[in-house]
Design a protein around this ligand. Sequence first.
Ligand code: SME
Length: 210
Amino acid sequence: MVHADASAFPSGITKREAYAQLLEQARSLFEGQRNWVWYNLPIPPSFPLTLIPSFHPTHAHSELTTETARSNLANAASLLWHMYASLPSPSSAVNWAGFYVLDPSSPQRQQLILGPFHGRPACTTIPFTRGVCGAAASTRTTQLVPDVERFPGHVACDGATRSEVVVPILNAGTCVAVLDVDCAVAAGFDGVDVEGLEGLARVLGEGCDF
Ligand code: SME
């Protein structure tokens, strides 16, 4: 099977069936691939460190990594995007699907940084103290938000978003990233979404080296 076929969701399937296919395709795409997005490549001494997104003056040169690849999180964002597009409303109104990951340059590691996604450009950093993503990361629990305007501190990256679900991705009990899906319709997500997305978050948490 060519990789692009993994995102072909047949029309007329139920949301539960779609999530089952998503998990199956995700497992198969992630096989033999444990990088979520970074390769831990040594950086040559001559490389200008300020060009590295994770650069922080307190880091030793040997601690730094360079971003070179898109892998499991990028493929997962693609699968989610195509799955929602193939489902009826409200799922078809999903306008953002992607990831925020623990910011390696944040001294206390209490900040998220934008990871792979599908949708419009979004805020690049979110502290643990802000927004739905911050709440999911700091409490390590799924946040199902039927009306974003009623969520104190919601970070509005796209004014069209009306509802949102954010699931923490845990690795050995630590939140290493969050999976965020937004919808342009209020109450766009239900328990089936939570169950499906938590399943994907488990596959990613266990299947990637963060
Ligand atoms: N709404 C999120 C921010 C991320 S964007 O929606 C893509 C939040 O409140 O954390």
